[in-house]
Design a protein around this ligand. Structure first.
Ligand code: URA
Length: 200
């Protein structure tokens, strides 16, 4: 993946942003494409949207060795313009990641991620919070965390969908949340070095 030149984004990128999280994630968050900070660091969701996502993960009480984060596209698109051609070029990598990681549950963040998996799905706002089955596993669509910075209504929806996701996770994966690192990352040592990886 690191050497990929399948689309024009490879000419501008600093890093191929592959994945961060558990080696065997039971739940996978799927975003759109790396932003400038992700391009710099080589890790997905480390900017402002990533902070909101990390907070949501803490609020959900997900164990550090239980989730992962990746994107439909692995290289930063200039101007943050999502390019369907880049998504098509990156698709084999996405399929490979889904096969290797084999998550039990997928949470899509935003319309591009949802439509990458479910091309016939409706608008992200209408679909958010309504789970469906994708290749035999639950797929839970959420708004993109960056959307919550744009409108208060999106922020409220994000909070509602998060609340619902918590109940859904308990239903789909009983006991999964109970071994969480709650109350907060940084206050307690979390995760084990061998259980979590960052592919840069
Ligand atoms: N937005 C995304 O969709 N992915 C990232 O990694 C960062 C911001």
């Amino acid at each position: 993946m690191q050497g990929c030149t399948a689309c024009g984004l490879s000419r501008h990128r600093k890093n191929v942003v592959i994945y961060r999280g558990a080696r065997r994630p039971r739940l996978l968050f799927l975003g759109e494409a790396p932003g400038a900070e992700e391009d710099e660091s080589g890790l997905p969701f480390v900017g402002k949207a990533g902070h909101l996502l990390d907070r949501a993960i803490v609020e959900l009480g997900l164990p550090d060795d239980g989730y992962g984060i990746t994107n439909v596209v692995m290289c930063h698109p200039p101007g943050n313009e999502f390019d369907p051609r880049a998504a098509a070029a990156c698709r084999p990598w996405l399929e490979l990641k889904l096969t290797w990681l084999a998550p039990e549950v997928i949470v899509t963040l935003g319309g591009s991620a949802l439509h990458a998996l479910e091309p016939r799905a409706g608008r992200p706002l209408a679909e958010a919070g309504h789970p469906r089955l994708w290749r035999g596993r639950p797929l839970y669509p959420m708004l993109h965390p960056a959307a919550t910075f744009r409108r208060r209504a999106f922020r409220d929806q994000w909070e509602r969908d998060l609340e619902r996701l918590r109940s859904m996770v308990d239903l789909w994966m009983p006991g999964f949340r109970s071994c969480s690192s709650f109350p907060a990352r940084g206050l307690t040592p979390v995760g084990s070095p061998s259980s979590s990886v960052a592919f840069k």
